[in-house]
Ligand binder design. Structure first.
Ligand code: HEM
Length: 201
């Protein structure tokens, strides 16, 4: 799992900072952009967004190590706060990017809902940890962590639809809604699997 996540992070950083550092294909697809759209600022915010998103993905993955959680509690706690702050920064930068989202309001609304609920999930997880309810803490962290793969699922879904002949804006819109459904579904499958495993062992 860590290997897959490391490859995903390296690919994301290379793609957005080196290979396509001006997001040219992505921006070409934007039609009817608001007048306030300012490309240099959008790109700067996007660079910060990608960096903190990768930091959240990495710090989150590391904290799922049970060994670290039990034996290096201080590290787990500090790294957990690195994850929480990174998620907050992803949501803040996304708050700037969302009004210019490909697909307009239909896409900016679900993005902004995630911006709101993602940090709330982490607050719930932290409260459970502080009250010693570790199962619930883990479940909420699993739910929140799946949102680190939002961008990956958006592009996986939209590229399939686009290649199948659908217009880019429509495929991206379905990708955004689809990614939220996929995130929540995978998280619940993992939680149920872990629960049934702990009942049988
Ligand atoms: C944690 C993993 C994430 C990564 C690696 C990531 C990466 C990116 C990248 C590279 C872009 C530029 C466009 C593209 O190529 O897709 C982008 C755009 C954007 N991201 Fe994220 N993102 C992540 C999570 C999120 C989450 C959880 C949200 C929450 C709402 C979000 C909201 C946005 C928005 C609103 C845009 C602009 C979309 C548009 O212009 O159409 N991202 N993201």
């Amino acid at each position: 799992m860590l290997l897959f996540i490391s490859i995903y992070i390296i690919y994301t950083l290379a793609d957005n900072y080196i290979l396509d550092n001006r997001a040219s294909f992505f921006l070409e697809q934007k039609i009817d952009l608001r007048d306030s759209f300012h490309l240099p600022l959008w790109l700067d915010v996007m660079y910060v967004h990608v960096f903190v998103a990768c930091l959240a993905t990495l710090s989150g993955a590391v904290n799922f190590s049970r060994g670290l959680a039990w034996h290096k509690r201080k590290f787990h706690r500090i790294n957990g706060y690195v994850y929480a702050v990174s998620v907050l920064l992803v949501s803040l930068t996304s708050g700037y990017l969302a009004p210019y989202a490909t697909g307009g309001k239909l896409v900016s609304v679900p993005f902004n809902l995630v911006n709101l609920f993602w940090p709330i999930m982490i607050i719930i997880a932290i409260v459970h940890a502080r009250k010693g309810r570790l199962d619930k803490h883990q479940n909420w962290m699993i739910r929140s962590y799946l949102f680190c793969f939002t961008n990956m699922f958006i592009h996986l879904i939209s590229i399939v639809l686009f290649k199948a002949g659908m217009d880019y804006t429509q495929s991206y819109t379905i990708g955004v809604y689809g990614s939220i459904v996929v995130n929540v579904t995978i998280a619940e499958i993992i939680i149920r699997y872990l629960r049934s495993n702990s009942l049988t062992s």
